[in-house]
Design a protein around this ligand. Structure first.
Ligand code: SF4
Ligand code: SF4
Ligand code: SF4
Ligand code: FES
Length: 567
């Protein structure tokens, strides 16, 4: 890319042609305040807080939209700029109820930060707003319209990132306000509670229920980059903690696979669905599980595994390292190990699709799965493709969250027209799942060399299990049964495998499964896991522990490797 020489506040800068003043300044470490601009969103140029002075330009110009050119001389904090910026802020503060000291977001608000930065210690203009009703109809976050500055970050985030188009604006001037759909309560709208709008909102207009008055980002919170493990998309997350407590989960704008977009399962549910933890090894004595220490529990398990016919069944809700250690352990014992969950049917296709391929597709086939339920972010990426002219066809006549977006819905055994259209497309992508019927499998085969395929298998880390050599396993006749349950409430998922054998359960949370266990080995929950998963695109993604495990808990791979060493 061609280089451009500009001067900002007297400092010579070499920037890239095509950048805006704001982008060039940011790259050089020069801070220009913004409110409507957000790096993950298309530029809007509405709030005027980023105004800068440019030599030979009669009026001040918004840095977020003004393109740089060779020789440009810019001042970002001149007397004229500061005066204009204060005026913009004074107007914003006069429009709504910005009594920051009474706001839940006090200390964590981009508008308040600017008020401090430009020493706004009084209101210049009379404040004549009409109070507006707060909307608390959504489960995880609240809309407080009186704090809204109409920057429209939320509207753009909902449309361009989540591809959900729930938000819009009603009225004009001082009465303008953000609305959902045709001005229905947010909780009754088409909102899918992905929380993207919440993450981009610069003020206290959108408030996380868990965050209100709880903490401030300026305090000593810790942000840990990790991977969401709630489904096999593996969205990159920043887990925000304080004193070993998880406060919230943010999408990571700068990291694949989803570049900041999360779903309700990844952003909110792990903070609300708090499992009952297993915090200490347990051994069944006289019919009752009793706490034990690790040495005793591991010796008992190793002793049982040694030379005894054994079977191992792993759920995939754990790390690649644990799954590999599980397979390695069973390579040392007299027995067989496999995975709990079924695999997707083999369609003989040539190439995996990535999420990027999904959003760039001009024709998408959905078959045997509802992406909006099972791997929601894949569904949102598919909706982005539709926003850019792509078309969607669904094979299968059962209820599917994507039915309303489809131009064609056909039966499993009548997919000829869909296949023909996909063959004519330039970038066809097939999203398929475990509910594919044999007829649909046959129908899709002609696309094996022309379309890209993304399998949505409904597991957490099924690809990691396959890579570890763990294939689906039938119930075995064995004297020792080892169940690797992972971080999920397994309930009755393993029931088909239970055979009255001596049963070892390695799990993070209590469930009905413990009633069948003879030994229980506690493992970490999602926020404590270390290692990697392999997502549905086949990428290895890192899990970093954002919180410390309780003292009695040990990492799954560590425990399995210790057992292997004891054998
Ligand atoms: S939570 Fe997601 S879907 Fe709902 S309004 Fe916000 S961005 Fe749109
Ligand atoms: S709700 Fe937040 S993001 Fe949306 S317009 Fe208001 S201040 Fe901006
Ligand atoms: S799509 Fe899956 S990985 Fe992404 S946030 Fe939702 S649950 Fe987590
Ligand atoms: S940040 Fe540039 S106009 Fe709002």
């Amino acid at each position: 890319m061609a280089e451009v020489n500009i001067t900002i506040n007297g400092q010579q800068i070499t920037a890239q042609a095509g950048q805006t003043i704001l982008q060039a300044a940011r790259a050089a470490g020069i801070d220009i305040p913004v409110l409507c601009e957000h790096p993950a969103l298309a530029t809007w140029g509405a709030c005027r807080v980023c105004l800068v002075e440019i030599k030979y330009q009669r009026a001040l110009q918004p840095a977020c939209t003004f393109p740089i050119s060779d020789g440009l001389e810019i001042w970002t904090e001149s007397e004229r700029v500061v005066k204009a910026r204060k005026f913009v802020l004074e107007l914003l503060f006069s429009e709504r109820n910005h009594f920051c000291m009474y706001c839940q977001m006090s200390g964590d608000c981009e508008l308040q930060d600017l008020a401090y930065r430009y020493e706004m210690d009084h209101w210049t203009f009379n404040r004549s707003y009409e109070p507006m009703g707060l909307d608390a109809t959504r489960k995880y976050f609240i809309m407080e319209p009186n704090r809204c500055i109409l920057c429209r970050r939320c509207v753009r985030a909902c449309a361009d990132i989540a591809a959900n188009h729930t938000l819009g604006l009603k009225e004009r001037g001082a009465n303008s306000m953000i609305i959902a759909d045709h001005d229905v309560p947010f909780g009754e709208s088409s909102c899918v509670e992905c929380g993207t709008c919440l993450q981009v909102c610069p003020t206290g207009a959108l408030m996380d229920r868990k965050a209100a008055y709880g903490y401030r980002d300026k305090d000593d919170v810790v942000s840990t980059r990790s991977t969401c493990t709630q489904c096999s998309v593996g969205c990159a997350v920043d887990v925000i903690t304080k004193d070993n407590r998880v406060l919230r989960v943010d999408g990571a704008w700068d990291a694949e696979p989803s570049n900041g977009l999360l779903c309700v399962d990844g952003r909110f549910k792990p903070l609300y669905d708090i499992p009952e933890r297993i915090e200490q090894p347990m051994i069944r004595r006289d019919g009752k599980l009793e706490e034990a220490d690790w040495t005793e529990a591991l010796s008992l398990v190793a002793g049982k595994l040694k030379g005894t016919p054994s079977a191992g069944v792993a759920a995939s809700a754990t790390t690649n390292e644990a799954l590999k250690a599980f397979a390695d352990l069973f390579a040392k014992v007299d027995g067989k190990a496999g995975r709990l969950e079924a695999c997707l049917p083999d369609l003989g296709y040539r190439k995996h699709a990535t999420l990027q391929d999904v959003q760039e597709a001009d024709f998408i086939i959905v078959a045997g799965v509802d992406p909006l339920e099972q791997n929601r972010v894949v569904g949102y990426f598919a909706k982005r493709a539709l926003d850019h002219g792509g078309r969607l066809a669904i094979i299968g006549d059962s209820a599917n969250g994507m039915n309303g977006y489809a131009t064609l819905i056909v039966n499993d055994d009548d997919a000829g027209e869909v296949i023909e259209l996909a063959q004519k497309a330039e970038r066809a992508v097939v999203l398929y799942g475990a509910d594919l019927t044999p007829a649909a499998v046959e129908s899709l085969k002609p696309l094996a060399y022309t379309a890209l395929f993304l399998g949505l298998d409904g597991t957490r880390n099924g690809s990691g299990a396959l890579a570890a050599g763990l294939d689906p396993i039938e119930p075995q006749k064995a004297e020792v049964l080892y169940l690797l349950a992972g971080d999920i409430n397994q309930g009755e998922a393993f029931d088909a495998h239970l055979n009255g054998a001596f049963t070892v359960v390695q799990a993070s949370q209590k469930s009905a499964l413990l009633e069948k266990a003879d030994v229980v080995l506690p493992s970490p929950v999602w926020s404590e896991q270390e290692g990697h998963i392999t997502n549905l695109e086949g990428k290895q993604l890192a899990l970093n522990a954002a919180a410390q495990m309780p003292a009695g808990v040990r990492g799954e791979a560590e425990v399995l490797n210790t057992l292997a060493a004891m054998l």
